[in-house]
Design a protein around this ligand. Structure first.
Ligand code: CA
Length: 233
């Protein structure tokens, strides 16, 4: 796809300038907003491909901006949080954000997040969409209608929960899914011991999926937050 149009929502001028300079240097098109009202206006009038959204805005909570955008659009939203607490990120992800960046962040981190999101966009727009019956990612193949998964042509011997987990992550490739979101989808609830069992299921799924479970290629861990399926080239 062409270089995506990025909406930068940030009231902190030095941070916004750094982001804009970086985007300009790498030939991304971008728009900027300094508060939530302007962000919502630009999001609806310009329909950007990606939104970088600061959570601490002068006029409204960034979480509400996410909820308002999610009422009508799935555009990827990467939240920027100055607060190091995981709870803000988790709340933002559960409200529909795709990813997060913690201040202070480097130019490399910003560009890396953008690249992950652009890959997710091309996946969403391509034949391999969430509705497609067959999922392909690197050496991983899932046939949703047959209920089977293969790695490099070998069928994966997965338990029903491992398969459900794999499908949930695959259908949300590129997006960070929180522990709460995953346990709700898998068990219909999210108790402390469900999060503990999720870790155990994830260890077992990775043993089957990853050639090097200590440096996973497919499923990324976000400590204290959740997991994400990466698009593998
Ligand atoms: Ca701010």
């Amino acid at each position: 796809m062409n270089k995506p149009v990025v909406l930068v929502v940030e009231d902190d001028v030095p941070v916004r300038n750094l982001m804009c300079t970086t985007l300009k240097t790498h030939e991304y098109k971008f728009l900027t907003a300094a508060d939530g009202a302007e962000a919502l206006l630009l999001a609806s009038s310009h329909n950007p491909d990606v939104v970088f959204l600061d959570l601490g805005l002068p006029d409204m909570d960034g979480i509400d901006v996410i909820r308002r955008i999610r009422d009508w659009s799935n555009m990827p939203i990467i939240v920027i949080s100055a607060r190091s607490e995981d709870t803000d990120k988790i709340e933002a992800l559960d409200a529909g954000a795709d990813d997060y960046l913690t201040k202070p962040f480097s130019v490399e981190e910003l560009l890396a997040r953008l690249r992950v999101t652009v890959r997710r966009l091309s996946l969403m727009n391509g034949a391999n969409s969430a509705d497609s019956a067959v999922y392909l990612n690197g050496k991983l193949k899932i046939d949703y209608s047959a209920g089977c998964a293969w790695l490099d042509g070998q069928e994966l011997k997965l338990t029903p929960i491992e398969y459900k987990l794999l499908c949930l992550l695959a259908r949300n490739t590129g997006k960070v899914l929180t522990h709460t979101f995953i346990t709700q989808k898998i068990w219909g609830r999210s108790w402390d011991n469900d999060v503990a069992s999720l870790r155990v299921f994830m260890v077992n799924l990775r043993k089957k999926l990853e050639s090097a479970p200590d440096s996973p290629q497919y499923i990324q861990t976000h400590i204290g937050i959740g997991y994400r399926m990466l698009k593998v080239e």
